[in-house]
Design a protein around this ligand. Structure first.
Ligand code: PGA
Length: 251
């Protein structure tokens, strides 16, 4: 049995007051049988860790440095995130890959750095519209996943989460259909199973890309969809909580 997990990726939205209110509202009503993770912008982590004291909702960051320490102006180390109460960190989000030029290798390095710092990486994988149209979805996902498996080893996935986020569905209002998403999730699980059936059976694979309160239940009902990575809808407590609730009932 895989415990569902729903993570909110706030991206660079909102200001401190919104962050406080949103966090408090979500913490108050988050269902107990779903792991709920909030990924606010870096500067809010310390304040929100206080808001979440004695609450079951966890904190995650949206990115981390691929190095542990040193002259890397503007970067933030995984150990620093852990000090501020983070338990999770997104790695390889498509916006990091496409806007900030993160390569598969760099993403794999960040994945390993996250685990070395005691954080659970949420490894984001996804194909672009052009790649899907060219029939390359599985090849792209395999390449992105293999970069991490070859560097970290399959056992590393026992303390990590995978998120499938088709790039064409992020922030566009275009969601993959439950069947389209399930097909890619099953492909990911099968690829992990080639190296370890046990790890594959246990690893949680989240779907992300325009998940909303009204489409969450049908996506989460699919057997290989273990939760969601939520962008836009995570900025509204009611919408986000409705998605968390859908993850409870999908169990
Ligand atoms: P979206 O974003 O839910 O707004 O599509 C998802 C994400 O980028 O993680």
């Amino acid at each position: 049995m895989r415990t569902p997990i729903v993570a909110g990726n706030w991206k660079m939205h909102g200001r401190l007051e919104m962050a406080r209110t949103l966090t408090a509202d979500i913490a108050l009503s988050a269902p107990a049988d779903v792991e709920v993770v909030l990924c606010p912008p870096y500067p809010y982590l310390g304040v929100l860790a206080e808001v979440l004291e004695n609450r079951s909702v966890a904190l995650g960051a949206q990115n981390l440095a691929s190095e542990a320490e040193g002259a890397y102006t503007g970067e933030v180390a995984g150990e620093m995130l852990a000090e501020f109460g983070c338990r999770y960190v997104l790695v390889g989000h498509s916006e990091r890959r496409s806007l900030f030029g993160e390569t598969d290798d760099e993403v794999a390095a960040k994945f390993c750095r996250a685990q070395a710092a005691g954080l659970q990486p949420v490894l984001c994988l996804g194909e672009s519209q052009a790649e899907r149209e060219a029939g390359d979805t599985e090849a792209v996902i395999a390449r992105q996943l293999d970069a991490v498996l070859s560097r970290a080893g399959v056992a590393a996935l026992t303390t990590a989460v995978i998120a499938y986020e088709p790039v064409w569905a992020i922030g566009t209002g275009l969601t993959a259909s439950p069947a389209q998403a399930q097909a890619v999730h099953a492909f990911i699980r099968a690829r992990v199973a080639q190296q370890s059936p046990e790890v594959a059976a246990g690893v949680r694979i989240l779907y992300g890309g325009s998940v909303k309160a009204d489409n969450a239940a049908s996506l989460l009902a699919e057997p290989d969809i273990d939760g969601g990575l939520i962008g836009g809808a995570s900025l509204d407590a009611d919408s986000f909580l409705a998605i968390c609730q859908a993850a409870t009932t999908a169990q």
